[in-house]
Design a protein around this ligand. Structure first.
Ligand code: 8Y7
Length: 296
């Protein structure tokens, strides 16, 4: 019997993302583990970080349930200074090469620079996570040539100054319009929809109120039809709402992760992989059970 043609295209999360030959299953919520390879993380005791220590952490994150590891060699924290491309490449490429050989899950490169994208994907990275949504010179062309999926994130302003005076008339509409424009730019450059992940960019040129409005309306961004990634782990909105230091923000980070997944996010970027994975497993268990609230 011939299959019945379906009217609607398949939901973007039915097919796994092809991350440079390694599949990333998005049919259930997944954790993206954060691996910063900057001199202030995994210090070797001097001004450099230790490749061994960074790789050990990535192996632990895979064992804790991470579906992908996001590797970044330049801090994108508010107020951070830019790092030259050669230095960023020197930091990330040895880690990517080692991890590509040691891990089974795909790797993501957190960068805004075309040269770093090319070097990282050549070393084995399977996804480009760009907080600047491929707006840097040459970034669109580089990502198109790399033939890996890209995460397009919204940011107002630039890291150095973005938290000084964030302003929106309607934050949800403006973020949604921006992401649609960047998707169109990608398609024009030869990056098809099957390779695009979207992210509202919590904390990137946003007040606490802006972040809350985006979280409340996340289902509207999910309706753009692409998989949604969110980064809420340990973010300053938690510190501002609860007056907690970075190391004290796990319970609220887990709550935010669940609220985002309930509103359509499929990838959760997180520092605390084991705890986040356990929380997301509870969502998956509830969904898999098919259980419904009575009276529907
Ligand atoms: C995000 C991110 C950071 C995020 C995506 C931090 C690199 C700041 N946040 N990438 N990167 N989304 N896609 O607090 O929210 O981890 S760095």
């Amino acid at each position: 019997m011939a299959p019945i043609p379906s009217a609607a295209p398949p939901a973007s999360t039915e097919l796994p993302l092809d991350c440079n030959g390694r599949p990333l299953d998005l049919s259930r919520p997944q954790v993206m583990g954060v691996l910063n390879v900057t001199p202030d993380s995994f210090s070797d005791g001097g001004d450099f970080f230790s490749v061994d220590a960074a790789c050990e952490r990535a192996l632990a994150m895979q064992a804790e349930g991470a579906a992908i590891i996001d590797i970044g060699g330049e801090s994108t924290r508010p107020g951070a200074e830019p790092v030259p491309a050669v230095e960023e490449i020197r930091r990330v490429v040895p880690v990517i090469e080692t991890l590509h050989a040691q891990l089974r899950i795909p790797l993501s490169i957190d960068t805004q620079k075309a040269e770093v994208m090319r070097a990282a994907v050549a070393a084995g990275a399977g996804l480009i996570n760009d907080v600047n949504a491929l707006r840097a010179p040459g970034a669109l062309a580089a990502a198109a040539e790399c033939r890996v999926p890209v995460c397009l994130m919204h940011m107002q302003g630039e890291p150095r100054s973005m938290q000084q005076q964030p302003h929106y008339d309607e934050v949800l509409t403006e973020v949604s319009d921006f992401l649609r424009q960047r998707m169109a730019a990608c398609e024009a450059a030869g990056i098809g929809r099957e390779r695009i992940v979207l992210d509202p960019g919590f904390g990137f040129g946003k007040t606490v109120q802006h972040n809350l409005q985006l979280l409340a309306g996340l289902d509207k961004l999910a309706a753009l039809g692409q998989p949604l990634l969110v980064g809420l782990s340990r973010k300053s909105m938690i510190g501002k709402l609860l007056r907690l230091e970075v190391g004290e923000r796990l319970p609220a980070s887990l709550a935010l992760a669940l609220l985002a997944v309930e509103r359509g996010a499929v990838l959760v970027r997180a520092h605390d992989v084991a705890a986040t994975w356990q929380a997301l497993q509870m969502v998956a268990a509830l969904r898999d059970s098919g259980a419904q609230a009575p009276g529907r």
